[in-house]
Design a protein around this ligand. Structure first.
Ligand code: CP
Length: 315
């Protein structure tokens, strides 16, 4: 594999999930393949899980790992061509990407959506600039429109916990006080479109995701109806796509409660974390035995590790 920018960069999702589940049983089995290779993790935004799990995954493969909080410690980057750089931005991505590429063999990037400029976000300016100028493999650690490492970890987690061959999986919007990006939901939808499952998206009107991503996925505006007999309830907030980046509804009745979970088929509660308790989900649900959010976060290591393994093998 050259880059991991999107879940579709995997040749075969199901095979990759199986490989990751095997790798998890003996996570140091390939601890020699990264010898004398270096991955550089660049964070333009905050992180807990992505930062630590990706570092751990790199260590498990014997890769050297350099981490930089680019958003707070790097020079402010210019991304536009031909700009007269006489304002706040100190360095062009053309130089920055080429310089960074001399220090490592793979670069991984976290750069969230602006949520103010839909077209720039859709163009994936940061990720695409590094892909264009760095000339080394690039890994997406959550970009403007996608979080494919999270989606792969979610697929691994569902493989481990599923009780039927074709589970019912519900992606439910839940309220949040702030405007959040679409990346996690987008990648979850794209991952589910590759799965043999009964998949339903539920959200209030006005929170439709990008129709180019949801395509023919089923959308049910009645949350309780959507939750009926669900095996997995994947909960996430996102802001409006149509009224781009706006919070158009904070309807607290969409919070996931024990009563809502009682409609499911003893369904598992999933969330990518971080999560706001008693806003997105009640304490009772997230603290219950049916909550698999901690196991889901653990699988971030094996998602990152299988992706890096495939890239290192191709260097
Ligand atoms: N789920 C996830 O990406 O977590 P962090 O933002 O903490 O990395």
């Amino acid at each position: 594999m050259q880059n991991y920018l999107h879940i579709n960069d995997l040749d075969n999702l199901q095979e990759t999930v199986k490989e990751a589940v095997e790798l998890k049983k003996n996570e140091l089995k390939f601890n020699f393949i990264g010898k004398d290779k270096t991955i550089c993790l660049l964070f333009f935004n905050n992180s807990l899980r992505t930062r630590l799990s990706t570092q751990k995954a790199a260590q498990n493969l014997g890769l050297n790992c350099i981490v930089m909080n680019f958003g707070s410690e790097g020079w402010q980057l210019e991304f536009e061509d031909g700009t007269v750089m006489d304002q706040g931005k100190s360095e062009h991505v053309k130089e920055a990407a080429k310089v960074i590429a001399q220090y490592c063999d793979i670069v991984a990037i976290r750069a969230f959506a602006s949520l103010t400029d839909k077209e720039a976000d859709k163009a994936e300016q940061v990720l695409e600039s590094f892909r264009k100028y760095a000339g080394i493999p690039v890994v997406n650690m959550e970009s403007a429109t996608g979080h494919p490492l999270q989606a792969l970890a979610d697929a691994i987690t569902m493989e481990e916990f599923k009780v039927s061959h074709k589970p019912k999986v519900v992606l439910s919007w839940a309220p949040h006080p702030r405007a959040l990006p679409h990346a996690v939901a987008n990648s979850f939808v794209e991952m589910m479109q590759l799965q043999d499952a009964d998949f339903v998206i539920t959200h209030p009107e006005g929170y439709e995701l990008d129709p180019e991503i949801t395509k023919n996925s089923k959308i049910e505006y009645n949350q309780e109806k959507a939750l009926e007999n669900a095996d997995f309830v994947y909960v996430k907030n996102w802001s409006s796509f149509k009224d781009y980046g706006k919070v158009v509804n904070k309807d607290a009745s969409w919070m996931i409660t024990v009563d809502k979970m009682s409609l499911t088929n003893n369904g598992k509660f999933m969330h990518c974390l971080p999560v706001r308790r008693n806003v997105i989900v009640t304490d009772e649900v997230i603290d219950s035995n049916n909550s698999i959010v901690i196991q889901q976060a653990n699988n971030r290591t094996y998602a990152a590790q299988i992706v890096m393994k495939k890239i290192v093998e191709n260097l």
